[in-house]
Design a protein around this ligand. Structure first.
Ligand SMILES: Nc1ncnc2c1ncn2[C@@H]1O[C@H](COP(=O)(O)OP(=O)(O)OP(=O)(O)O)[C@@H](O)[C@H]1O
Length: 406
């Protein structure tokens, strides 16, 4: 398998670069021209491309265009003469992954290639995953991610679902704890029974009793179990009619402070941990693209390109809000809004009117979703007269009944 396809017409430079890469344990295939490289530029190429710009005949820009035509996600690193800023700017605007000046600093070359390769591997794994997800189970369909951690998490969810005792899912805020709990229910023999979800903060005895009744034959999720009052901890369902599934954003060790020992050990029997997104960067491009597609679909906007260098930057960020933070970021990107976290100017793909329209549409949908499709409540929430609200819905082709949940 090739890690790097190196395209360089000068034999001595080609050999020197090859050696640098091979010393870093990278597998290199070489080509002396565009024509020699062309047949290898395919969607399946498991490596990345490093190419000189100035070559007799078709140059590095032709090669970049050819690579992007074969696969827009294929990272291409271009090499140019010292101080050639206009060429570098052109290369980046045409979608190069990175630009390096010759003679290359070996460390910088290797680091850039490794970064591009990590992205390439994540892209190819995501494609395989997408192929496998069609027709897969709830874990494959609902829990996106191609990292080994995500695979292990899906397997663990399947194993936990087969059990019958209470379950504890823990992970940082926004990492997907409630989503994973839902998947566990859907994979369990109780999948045909109800799935009832209640959040511990603010839950009182009557509401809990009602939830237990509703969940008969199915599962009850108590989200943020750490906030459940001591009295209610004794009123949770016993194993039997209702399966208790709990989620928390705390470390289980901290739960011993707030949970009754008996409940703690009951939950401790089947535990599942969701690693933070920063520990599984391979999942970032997949999740980002997934949410970008959803956001564009919702706002009725064309799906923008996600250039490889942007994907690499996303992978390098710490994502304190985990999957939820990434999802918000994808929504903002879809609408061409500035990036709140990195402070850059964002994109200006759509004109102001289009972006305002997209924002309005997404606020209408979000409000309707929150009020479970009840137009009157949504209109009140947005402080709009009913008629104005309905006019806006009609203009955006949004139907309240699509958001109704009973
Ligand atoms: N692996 C994943 N694939 C697809 N979507 C995911 C994944 N993990 C999380 N999400 C999405 O991220 C968002 C946050 O997930 P969820 O609400 O389950 O997080 P949480 O840990 O319960 O957060 P909190 O406890 O802060 O409310 C949801 O919209 C969820 O669908």
């Amino acid at each position: 398998m090739t890690d790097v396809l190196l395209v360089e017409d000068d034999l001595s430079v080609r050999e020197a670069l090859s050696q640098t890469l091979e010393l870093a344990d990278l597998t290199v295939a070489t080509a002396g021209s565009f024509v020699a490289a062309q047949p290898r530029l395919t969607r399946d190429l498991a490596g990345v491309v490093v190419s000189d710009i100035r070559m007799p005949g078709r140059d590095g820009f032709h090669l970049l265009a050819q690579a992007r035509a074969a696969d827009p996600d294929l990272p291409v690193i271009l090499l140019t003469g010292e101080g050639d800023v206009p060429t570098a700017v052109r290369g980046m605007s045409e979608g190069a992954f990175a630009f390096l000046e010759k003679p290359c600093d070996p460390e910088e070359l290797v680091a850039t290639v490794r970064q591009a390769l990590a992205l390439r591997r994540a892209t190819l794994a995501a494609r395989r995953e997408r192929g496998a997800a069609d027709g897969g189970d709830a874990a494959a369909r609902m829990l996106r991610g191609v990292s080994p951690q995500s695979r292990a998490m899906r397997d663990r969810a399947r194993a936990v679902a087969r059990g019958s005792g209470a379950v504890l899912v823990h992970g940082e805020p926004g990492s997907g704890t409630s989503k994973v709990v839902e998947v566990i229910h859907l994979l369990s023999p109780r999948a045909t029974g109800p799935f009832v979800k209640r959040s511990a903060p603010g839950l009182d005895a009557d509401a809990l009793a009602e939830a237990i009744q509703l969940a008969e034959g199915g599962s009850l999720l108590i989200d943020h179990i750490d906030a459940l009052s001591p009295t209610l901890q004794h009123r949770l369902p016993e194993d039997g009619e209702v399966r208790l599934l709990a989620a928390t954003n705390l470390d289980p060790v901290a739960l011993t402070d707030t949970l009754d020992a008996e409940l703690f050990y009951r939950l401790d029997g089947l535990r599942l941990h969701i690693p933070p997104l920063r520990d599984r960067p391979g999942d970032i491009p997949v999740l980002f693209r997934h949410y970008l597609h959803l956001a564009c679909e919702q706002a009725d906007l064309p799906v923008p390109d996600v250039p490889p260098d942007m994907q690499a930057r996303l992978m390098a960020r710490p994502w304190p809000g985990n999957a939820r933070g990434l999802m918000n970021h994808a929504m903002r990107y879809a609408m061409g809004l500035p990036d709140a976290e990195s402070g850059d100017g964002g994109t200006t793909r759509a004109g102001l009117a289009d972006r305002m329209r997209a924002v309005e549409r997404s606020i209408l949908i979000e409000t309707l979703t929150r009020h479970r499709g009840q137009a009157t409540l949504a209109a009140q929430d947005l402080e709009l007269p009913r008629k104005t609200f309905y006019d806006k819905l009609a203009r955006h082709g949004v139907k309240p009944e699509d958001y109704r949940r009973d």
